[in-house]
Design a protein around this ligand. Structure first.
Ligand code: KG4
Ligand code: ZN
Length: 343
């Protein structure tokens, strides 16, 4: 099945075409980072308006790149949640309208299912089952993935997402939005051992996360180091200690998730999966523990429409259909999903 995928859940507008048996034919992403940067975070109303401006040109572009006329698309998949409601509605309305106009089925896809299945777009996709670590600006979870639609949430954050903790701490250190990559770069210049941050929720058993305490800890450490007056090296040392605590916490929880499930494979997805320190630490642990650790290519790790087109192709291809209503779910528990075609 040849599916047009649309992603507008947050601050990236994206379109892609995936064809079963052939793979990804084209994809394009427009990032709204510059639009939101002056505000230090995503402004939902601005996000919705920009999706309206950018989505159709992106759809035209990917169809052109794939060498397809609109009528050659066999289905449309769009992100129906979780995400910002106004932003989701843009993708849902455009996706539904296109599908209706073309006389093809449309399907609302779960954004996190998209992330979980993104590694399937790689030339050498991982076999099921695996444990997925999803680490993005909005989500932090460990999921046992037995197959498409067979997800067990093993643990998730009780407060901030890990990307959010990176972004908030970066802001505190005076770095521009989105702060994750900037903080990671600063941390590379930091010296080890000067500060030590807590490893939240690692002392007791369990797979849930909490990151708001780490952020609060950063506020105290920075204040004691002189606040605004703290020098560049001190900031770098704080960034390093912060990142080390996050990375070690994630590695501990991944190890527990692998032990709990008995799966021998870990797939990392979401924007924080681009973090080099995290990749290095997981790779080292994986080698020691005999666990295969996989990362989709960076363009598939961050928000994109290829993963939405893929999930849509699997579900639409299995005959899954929805009534032609424009419905989005800003909150949508992942474990409500069922395999394509029902249980
Ligand atoms: O998956 P993503 O692109 O978007 C969603 O949130 O869905 O993830 C973005 C998050 C942001 O919080 C960003 O700061 C973080 O991923 N991020 C990083 C790095 N690159 C992106 N965090 C730490 N280190 C990085 N290298
Ligand atoms: Zn995402």
């Amino acid at each position: 099945m040849r599916v047009l995928g649309i992603e507008t859940s947050c601050d990236e507008t994206a379109a892609a075409v995936y064809e079963t048996g052939r793979g990804l034919l084209a994809q394009a992403v427009h990032s709204q980072v510059a639009l939101h940067a002056p505000y230090g975070g995503v402004v939902p109303e601005l996000a919705s308006r920009d999706h309206i401006r950018k989505l159709l040109p992106l759809v035209r572009r990917v169809l052109e790149e794939a060498g397809l006329a609109p009528g050659e698309v066999g289905g449309v998949a769009y992100t129906a949640g979780p995400g910002l409601v106004g932003a989701l509605l843009v993708g849902a309305a455009v996706g539904r309208a296109l599908a209706a106009g073309l006389g093809v089925p449309a399907l609302g896809v779960h954004h996190m299912e998209g992330h979980l299945l993104a590694p399937m777009l790689e030339p050498d996709p991982p076999a099921f089952p695996f444990v997925a670590l999803l680490v993005s600006g909005g989500h932090t979870m460990l999921v046992g993935v037995e197959g498409v639609g067979r997800y067990r949430i093993l643990g998730q954050t009780l407060d901030d997402a890990v990307g959010e903790a990176f972004d908030k701490t970066a802001k505190l250190l005076g770095l521009p939005y989105p702060g994750g990559p900037a903080l990671a770069a600063l941390a590379e210049r930091g010296r080890p051992g000067r500060f030590r941050f807590p490893r939240p929720m690692t002392e007791r058993p369990g797979l849930d996360f909490s990151f708001s305490g780490i952020k609060t800890h950063a506020i105290h450490v920075l204040r004691e180091a002189g606040g605004e007056a703290a020098d560049e090296q001190t900031r770098a040392d704080i960034a390093r200690a912060f990142q080390e605590a996050i990375v070690e916490t994630l590695v501990i929880k991944c190890r527990r998730a692998i032990e709990a499930t008995g799966h021998g494979r870990l797939v990392v997805a979401g924007g924080v999966g681009a973090n080099r320190a995290l990749r290095a630490a997981l790779a080292a642990w994986g080698e020691r523990a005999g666990v295969e650790v996989r990362y989709p290519a960076p363009a598939l790790c961050t928000d994109n429409a290829a993963m939405i087109a893929y999930a849509g192709a699997v579900r639409l291809g299995a005959g899954e259909r929805e009534p032609p209503a424009i419905r989005v779910r800003p909150r949508w528990p992942l474990d409500e999903l069922v395999p394509p075609g029902g249980r």
